[in-house]
Design a protein. Structure first.
Length: 133
């Protein structure tokens, strides 16, 4: 990486960020990376228990805030990775993702994982954006 490129870290205010040592988003040059994001409200409670579509919508709203903090918009997202506990729920998750990214169409991967940090979490999404040099 070019040492002259400026790095900016963006926090969501989560109490876990300093404990785990991560940022909600990191911007270097024209690239923005959004950390794995789950459906958590401002009090740290899981949103949409047993509803993967609602969790996906909540997550994408959290990602929207992070990407805007970093000076970009959802249209700048070029890649998402979706981690799900039950791949059988792919269509509900995919429809929620598609409602946001209908015309944007980032490269996307969805994979099943054995579990996430909280048993009530059904979906986790990370994103990458590009805003130019």
């Amino acid at each position: 990486m070019d040492r002259n490129l400026k790095r900016a870290n963006f926090s969501s205010g989560s109490p876990w960020e300093p404990v785990v040592g991560y940022s909600r988003a990191v911007k270097v040059g024209g690239h923005i990376w959004i950390a794995g994001t789950t459906a958590i409200d401002s009090d740290g409670n899981v949103v949409g228990k047993n509803d993967p579509g609602l969790q996906t919508t909540c997550i994408l709203n959290i990602i929207r805030v992070a990407i805007e903090q970093a000076g970009a918009g959802m249209e700048n997202i070029v890649r998402t990775r979706i981690y799900v506990k039950n791949i059988g729920q792919w269509e509900e998750i995919g429809r929620a993702h598609g409602a946001v990214f209908d015309q944007i169409r980032p490269a996307t991967t969805m994979v099943e994982v054995s579990r996430l940090v909280d048993p009530d979490m059904l979906v986790e999404i990370e994103a990458e954006a590009f805003i130019g040099e």
